[in-house]
Ligand binder design. Structure first.
Ligand code: PLP
Length: 316
């Protein structure tokens, strides 16, 4: 797999959804199908996709340029980012290692068994040790550090934001939405969008975690690329469903409805919460008549199998 394949790809499609609700509210609803921007390692796997592709792109380039041999990262046992790093290693010729939060469970869940098939080395830290994970001395011997390329948990760094700014430019090339709605974990994807839109589209972030810390985080991340006007973005903090990877039966019902109604596959950790939030805001007339809304489908579908295994009774 080459750098060419990472850079010379057609833009991911933008799909317009049609529904009586949108006609009644006088709004247009577009979906940027970044979930279809995907480089599988195995037939049908969906790890190196969506915003994880965008965030990894320039990091892969940087790691190659620095002569790094191993990509190292951190995360939870179901992390889309860990899966994406494992896939990137296989696709672009790096060894990979992940430092995981918590005890190992066997058999490995679908995310980690995929990572292991990609050749990723898995190491586990107790939750207490994990809090100090960025202190590399704890984890890696320094003589090896030269050949390591370290990606933070969630993959957000300056190069990730550069990649996500390209997502904004693809959207501007094909549509002129008034609003761009995106799910937020670390806020890196939202920050890249805000930077890339340069004030021409209002970005609405939907945090999937509880807590107000994300507001400053996005501002700082976006601010490194020129400070965005306050009118350029906002967060909707009411759609985390209790916190990261937490869910409720109405969320699962909504995801099943979206699949049946529009053939749109969503995941329960990120995109399901985003779409639920946007539908709720539409019902409450948050968007004025004549508005065009573009939701970013950031991918995340690799996590669905693990969710089903972990919560078999959820009915997803
Ligand atoms: C990782 C992930 C996000 C969160 O991206 P951030 O840049 O950390 O905010 C959103 N959606 C999906 C599907 C993801 O996998």
């Amino acid at each position: 797999m080459s750098w060419e394949q990472l850079t010379n790809h057609p833009p991911s499609p933008i799909q317009e959804l049609e529904d009586a609700l949108f006609r009644e509210k006088g709004i247009r609803v577009l979906v940027k199908r970044d979930d279809l921007l995907c480089l599988p390692v195995e037939p049908g796997d969906r790890a190196f996709c969506g915003n994880k592709w965008r965030k990894m792109k320039y990091n892969v380039w940087e790691a190659k340029n620095k002569g790094a041999q191993t990509l190292v990262t951190f995360g939870g046992a179901f992390s889309n980012h860990v899966a994406a790093v494992a896939a990137a290693g296989r696709l672009f010729g790096f060894q990979t290692a992940a430092v995981l939060r918590g005890e190992p469970y066997f058999p490995l869940n679908p995310t980690l068994s995929f990572a292991e098939r990609c050749g990723m080395q898995l190491a586990y830290l107790s939750r207490e040790q994990y809090r100090h994970k960025e202190d590399q001395r704890l984890t890696f011997r320094s003589e090896a550090a030269q050949s390591l390329y370290i990606l933070p948990e969630g993959g957000t760094n300056a190069l990730a934001i550069l990649g996500c700014a390209e997502l904004a430019r693809e959207i501007l090339d094909e549509a002129q939405p008034d609003f761009c709605c995106v799910a937020c974990g670390t806020g890196g994807t939202a920050a890249g969008l805000i930077a890339g839109f340069e004030g021409r589209v209002r970005t609405i972030g939907f945090p999937v975690l509880k807590g107000e810390f994300l507001f400053n985080q996005v501002l700082n991340l976006a601010g490194e690329n020129g400070s965005p006007k306050a009118s350029a973005w906002t967060l909707q903090t009411g759609y985390h469903f209790g916190g990261y990877a937490k869910w409720t039966p109405p969320l699962i019902d909504f995801i099943r409805y979206m699949e049946a109604r529009f053939g749109l596959p969503l995941d329960p950790v990120y995109t399901g919460k985003l779409f639920f939030g946007v539908w709720d805001l539409m019902a409450k007339d948050y968007f004025s008549r004549g508005a065009t809304i573009c939701l970013v489908h950031t991918g995340g579908l690799q996590g669905v199998a693990g969710f089903k295994q972990r919560f078999p009774l959820a009915g997803l």
